[in-house]
Design a protein around this ligand. Structure first.
Ligand SMILES: [Zn+2]
Ligand SMILES: [Zn+2]
Length: 400
């Protein structure tokens, strides 16, 4: 990971095929380190620094007595300590938590596809506007998974909504409820307000310079809405082509709402974005069970031989079944809460021959120490294997 400025982890390497940047992987609501997390992080930094310094001292002291000046390359001062600290470097500690779902995919042709408008899209948008400062034709593609707040809360904080002259055009793809939610709250497509506009925030379409074009992904089982549409309607199964990139939408199981996942193909490389999907363990006679099983088969089909997949693994099976709590949260059965299990993410990765899987939509109650345990468990599981499974963390950039 390398940062150009505080808002962007973008790198300057040319894009070979696809560059995927994870701006937000937190589930349900943004979370930031609590005092305990900061303390634990500081402790690990201190241990790293002391270990490096003692190691160097041991090596150098072999030749005789070692003075602090010898180690620092000058008299003890703030400046020499800082130079020495830079030499030691920082440990590669994961950063957990942060913003809710937003993943940016840049293609070698210069197109930008954004998956979900969770709170992570705010920082994503700063980078996009900067990258496209001199670009004449600025057309972004925003793919929504579904209408829940954690997947759309960041849109009105996005810089690209307010650029002029040469405003951005934003093509928005998603289910009817996703487009309808954006339209009702901000009037993006109909250019009208409704009785829920200003419920989430004070902004509406009149304050935005961006032009929004909607593309509804209509599934076969979706109910027909009586409301007028202010956007184009397409079949959910129909692939979307952007330059030589092909995006295949597919329907996941997210209890009572339609959640869409996407497989992105470009130059023979593939990335699967799938959030808020539940492989359900409930009453077998419940029609929801059948829907979940069918959706799981669809997801597995789309995951076959993928180079990279992002998927929901919010719970462990015992937590999902209500046998174990998460953090200080008491055990509660999570059937039809719409989220997946880590065990399913692992099995899917193996069965579908996915090369690398990042598991996200982290539960807000998951404690720092437990995440480190998960990391160690996954690292051990993947030792010597053809696949790699890791917890997703924000600001990670992966080139395919
Ligand atoms: Zn969610
Ligand atoms: Zn959701």
């Amino acid at each position: 990971m390398s940062g150009q400025n505080s808002s962007s982890p973008a790198t300057i390497r040319p894009i070979q095929n696809l560059r995927i940047t994870f701006w937000g992987v937190q589930g349900s609501c943004p979370i930031f380190p609590n005092p305990y997390g900061i303390q634990e992080y500081s402790r690990r930094l201190a241990v790293h620094t002391l270990a490096k310094a003692f190691d160097e001292m041991t090596q150098r002291a072999k030749g005789g007595l070692l003075r602090v000046e010898d180690l620092l390359g000058g008299p003890l001062s703030q400046q020499t300590i800082e130079v020495y600290q830079q030499k030691i470097g920082l440990p590669d500690l994961p950063f957990y938590g942060g913003e809710t779902t937003c993943v940016e995919v840049e293609t070698s042709e210069g197109n930008i596809l954004i998956f979900d408008a969770g709170s992570g899209i705010r920082r994503c948008s700063l980078g996009v506007v900067e990258k496209w400062r001199a670009k004449q034709d600025r057309v972004l593609h925003l793919f929504g998974s579904h209408e829940h707040l954690d997947h759309r809360i960041g849109l009105t904080f996005s810089r690209f909504c307010y650029v002029s002259p040469r405003p951005f055009t934003v093509n928005v793809y998603g289910s009817y409820p996703f487009l309808h939610a954006l339209d009702q709250h901000y009037g993006l497509f109909s250019r009208q307000t409704s009785d829920v506009t200003y419920v989430d925030d004070p902004v509406d379409y009149t304050q935005m310079s961006a032009v929004f074009r909607g593309f509804e992904l209509h599934g076969q089982s979706d109910a027909e809405s009586p409301n007028k549409r202010f956007w184009e309607v397409r079949e959910l199964n129909e692939p979307i082509t952007i330059g030589s990139t092909v995006v295949q939408p597919f329907e996941a199981y997210h209890a009572m709402t339609c959640c869409v996942g996407y497989r992105v193909e470009h130059n023979g490389k593939s990335f699967v974005f799938s959030t808020d999907h539940e492989f359900r363990r409930g009453n077998q006679t419940d029609p929801c069970q059948e829907r979940s099983v069918v959706a799981e088969a669809r997801l597995r089909k789309q995951c076959m031989d993928a180079d990279l997949a992002y998927m929901d693994g919010q719970y462990y099976l015992e937590e999902y079944l209500g046998k174990k709590g998460i953090g200080s949260f008491p055990p509660v059965p999570r059937v039809d809460w719409g989220h997946g299990c880590m065990e399913d993410a692992i099995e899917r990765t193996i069965q579908c021959r996915i090369k690398r899987t990042l598991v996200g939509h982290h539960d807000p109650e998951r404690e720092w120490t437990h995440r480190l345990e998960q990391d160690r468990y996954l690292a051990k599981l993947c030792e010597g294997k053809a696949y790699q499974i890791e917890l997703a963390d924000s600001d990670r950039v992966i080139d395919l």
